[in-house]
Design a protein around this ligand. Structure first.
Ligand code: COA
Ligand code: AMP
Ligand code: ZN
Length: 432
């Protein structure tokens, strides 16, 4: 049962009082982790020094690198027998990151997602289909438990197999669907091929879109194509997954649930707060996590806090749609990829030189990654080149989860750059 209706509509004073109470508790909890204990000790900082929300600024930032350095369980603040699930980022070449959850963490996460879905009018009686990857992708289990908590009939269709996905939509009378924006375009294309008119032949009315950047224009097109209302959903694995910030029916920014998170927007260079309403990097502090609370976590996502009140009368602040990243992470098909992951794999092949270029395109609704890489020496043995290419594709797919196109090039073909080489060209256009 969804129990959090009253938390959706707290006043600013109530939100801030609750935040302070929860921040103090979170900081005390963090002292159970050797990582945070050392951080505080090094600065001669004690949990008692956090007396107001402004005292948050005394605490250093936490970064993805900290998570990597303490992989896998170094940031745990509870005995491991209390941890019931973990989610891990992809990748085998660099150190992945891990997020740990107690049962209470999972319950709170489900409540947060349920709150988002409730906010856009979904209720028991709705049929909710989820086209996210399950397993380690938090959009799978995250939406699953949130939708079940509201009592909806859920269809865990998972990613891929678009024709089957569409059959579920028509056969089960799916009313609400979670899909990344580019995949919403793919669904529409395949529906058209199958002679299905989404307005006439489906009961779809609500689409939840997130996990990758998209524009207002893209949202409108998705709404027009599928005859739905589409709501932007923002989250990340480090903050559980979906359920961090979500649009209300006004569709004018994403309410961030401040009873769960303290929001800061900082300049990614100076790490100082940006003036109100300006774009900077989103920094989040968790307020209700048991197994792995995070203090002042640098998300690397660029956004701003929208000024003014929302007509819906929820007082939780609103984030603007994401404007990009302050690092080199790419998102393809809803999968996060760092160029270094690709480089690490390529460098394991002794036949390959040091120069490579990653090009991102989107011919149809699907993203495509092409990896061009120079051979160390001239090879004119075609079957050998074919086998090598296949092996590189296979190893890259294991690492980054999506299937790239690999092209082997003679030495010296990739233009050399002055200074830092440009390794990634993102030529993706807004298609939908
Ligand atoms: N969601 C749902 N389906 C997706 C998808 C996505 N983000 N990205 C691709 N697909 C579909 C494709 O349309 C294709 O199905 P179809 O041919 O029946 O239309 C199928 O998955 C395979 O995709 P393809 O692009 O051919 O393969 P790939 O090896 O490059 O990609 C996936 C592999 C699909 C497994 C990988 O992209 C994936 O798991 N994506 C989902 C990530 C996700 O859920 N992110 C959300 C986190 S909240
Ligand atoms: P993951 O940890 O795999 O869930 O990926 C989280 C990242 O996906 C975020 O840090 C963002 O960069 C991106 N992301 C998630 N939701 C959105 C959204 N609604 N709009 C833009 N980017 C998003
Ligand atoms: Zn609102």
């Amino acid at each position: 049962m969804y129990l959090h209706k009253e938390l959706e509509t707290l006043t600013r004073t109530q939100i801030e009082n609750l935040q302070l109470e929860r921040l103090k508790k979170t900081v005390r909890q963090c002292m159970n982790s050797p990582f945070y204990k050392k951080r505080f000790d090094d600065l001669h900082l004690k949990p008692e020094d956090i007396r107001s929300l402004d005292d948050l600024y005394k605490i250093p930032f936490t970064t993805k690198q900290d998570l990597r350095d303490n992989y896998p369980f170094g940031l745990s603040t509870v005995p491991m027998e209390k941890v019931v699930r973990l989610h891990s980022s992809s990748g085998t070449t660099g150190t992945p990151t891990v997020i740990l959850h107690t049962q209470r963490d999972l319950d709170e996460w489900a409540n947060a997602v349920a709150r988002c879905l409730y906010m856009v009018g979904l209720r028991a009686g709705d049929i909710f289909q989820n086209s996210s990857g399950y397993g380690m992708f938090t959009g799978g289990l995250g939406f699953q438990y949130g939708a079940e908590r509201l009592g909806m009939l859920t269809v865990p269709a998972a990613a891929g197999n678009t024709k089957r996905q569409i059959k579920f939509i028509t056969d089960f009378g799916t009313t609400a669907l979670h899909a990344i924006p580019s995949y919403a375009g793919r669904l529409y294309e395949v529906m058209a091929e199958m002679g299905i008119d989404p307005r006439r032949d489906t009961k779809l009315k609500t689409l939840i879109i997130g996990a990758e950047p998209h524009s207002e224009e893209q949202r409108k097109r998705i709404e027009d194509m599928l005859g739905v209302k589409a709501y932007n959903s923002f989250g990340m694995s480090e903050m559980c997954g979906p359920g961090v910030a979500f649009e209300c029916t006004e569709q004018n920014g994403l309410h961030i649930w401040e009873d769960y998170y303290i929001v800061e927007i900082v300049d990614p260079e100076t790490l100082e707060p940006v003036p109100e309403g300006e774009i900077g990097e989103l920094v989040l502090t968790t307020l209700s996590r048991e197994a792995m609370p995070l203090l002042r976590y640098r998300t690397r996502d660029l956004t701003r806090i929208l000024p003014g009140e929302c007509p819906c009368r929820r007082h939780h602040k609103r984030l603007d749609r994401m404007k990009g990243r302050s690092d080199d992470m790419m998102i393809l098909k809803g999968v996060n990829i760092f160029p270094i992951q690709i480089e690490n794999i390529l460098m394991q092949f002794e036949e390959l030189g040091n120069d490579y270029l990653i090009t991102l395109t989107n011919e149809e609704a699907n993203d495509l990654m092409t990896v061009e890489v120079e051979l160390k020496e001239f090879v004119d043995d075609y079957p050998r080149l074919q086998t090598l290419t296949k092996e590189i594709v296979r190893r890259l797919k294991d690492e980054i989860l999506i299937t790239p196109v690999v092209k082997l090039l003679p030495k010296g073909v990739i233009p050399k750059q002055e200074g830092k080489a440009v390794r990634v060209k993102d030529l993706r256009k807004t298609l939908i």
